[in-house]
Design a protein around this ligand. Structure first.
Ligand SMILES: *Cc1c(COP(=O)(O)O)cnc(C)c1O
Length: 351
């Protein structure tokens, strides 16, 4: 591995040559009293609030506010319809179908592979070590000339742990393609975010989302943080109005409630540790993995039976026992204190 990162080289030819769609809101950006340029309905919307106008394609207000919260300049932020949009755009911009490949480190978030399959991009896999850390030698060996991206998820889903920072830095410093770090669960982590390292590493893309700690999964707002050049690529190929007006308005309001969100994060972390302790006491629980996220991975003697027992009690957890390195494992999202008590009460009565 030798970091010979060159964004222009990495870009697909068709994307480099692309003349992007130019919307009405791209061509006229000022204030005006009569808007007759976008074929909108001038009469309004059949709702209390008006949604008859197209939203800001680049979400300027929202980015400015997020910039203040995250400490990253607005020009280094891309906003999408969930993180999944950013993942898909990365494949479409940087990977040639049928030619290039990406490197994944299972067990990890399933969407990286699904998105690769949709885009006809080959997937190379180097499993995490038994303690769910990166196998750096294996990764170095697996990378070839057509490896365009490495996806790392930290804290990792479904294992819950953070990847060792030095290992991630080793990959950033040595890999000549993009290193995508998915930080969906960073708010619950003891580890520091990588979004402050964008000036250090030109091949870094950090994904975050409002779907977890911010409690806004239904609004679909994903964030990508990267160099200005990478953000320009995202903006060039994204659907023009990829973040709708309702989401932009509601998120702007939600971002004023940082204190509420921080209180939830503290409570979730406290509950996570308590729930982990309680789970460890159960006779059919073999191991509870340490978690830096808002969920816990627990290895049990009979995952399917425990899963079905809980379903009958109206409690749904995720059976991850068929996933590589996760034999016997259930993934349990931390709930409210009441919900966590219900779960433990039910499990104490098992079978
Ligand atoms: C939940 C989750 C996301 C969030 O995806 P959105 O599309 O933003 O809701 C992203 N990455 C990982 C690893 C997740 O677990």
């Amino acid at each position: 591995m030798a970091n010979s990162f060159d964004l222009t080289n990495l870009l697909r030819d068709n994307i480099r040559k692309l003349i992007p769609y130019s919307s009405a809101r791209d061509e006229f950006k000022g204030e005006a009293s009569v808007l007759m340029d976008a074929n909108e309905n001038a009469y309004g919307s059949p709702l209390d609030r008006s949604y008859n106008r197209y939203p800001d394609p680049l979400q300027h207000q929202l980015k400015l506010k997020l910039s203040g919260i995250k400490g990253v300049p607005a020009r280094n932020i891309f906003l999408g319809n969930g993180s999944d949009e950013a993942i898909d755009l990365l494949y479409r911009a940087f990977c040639r179908p049928g030619i290039d490949n990406v490197l994944l480190v299972p067990p990890t978030y399933g969407m990286y592979e699904v998105s690769a399959n949709i885009n006809d991009i080959a997937v190379k896999k180097v499993s995490l070590t038994p303690d769910f850390q990166l196998d750096l030698d294996g990764i170095a060996e697996a990378i070839d000339d057509n490896t365009r991206m490495i996806f790392l998820c930290s804290p990792n889903n479904p294992t819950g742990n953070s990847l060792r920072r030095e290992d991630v830095e080793t990959i950033l410093a040595n890999f000549g393609g993009l290193v995508v770090i998915d930080e969906a669960y960073i708010n619950y982590s003891r580890q520091k975010t990588f979004i402050q390292e964008l000036t250090e590493y030109s091949n870094l893309v950090v994904l975050q989302t409002l779907s977890k700690a911010w409690g806004l999964a239904g609004l679909r707002l994903g964030m990508a943080f990267a160099s200005e050049e990478i953000i320009e690529v995202f903006n060039k190929i994204k659907p023009p109005y990829n973040v709708n007006q309702a989401t932009q308005e509601l998120v702007l309001k939600a971002l004023d409630k940082l204190e509420t969100v921080n209180a939830w994060i503290r409570e979730t972390v406290t509950e996570r540790e308590q729930l982990s302790e309680e789970l460890r006491k159960l006779p059919f629980v073999l191991h509870v993995y340490p978690s830096d996220a808002n969920f816990i991975l627990a290895k049990t003697t009979e995952p399917r039976q425990v899963y079905e027992y809980l379903v009958n009690k109206g409690i749904i957890v995720r059976d991850r026992s068929k996933v590589e390195l996760c034999a016997g494992c259930l993934r349990i999202t931390v709930g409210t204190p009441d919900e966590n008590k219900m779960l433990i009460a039910a499990l104490k009565q098992y079978p």
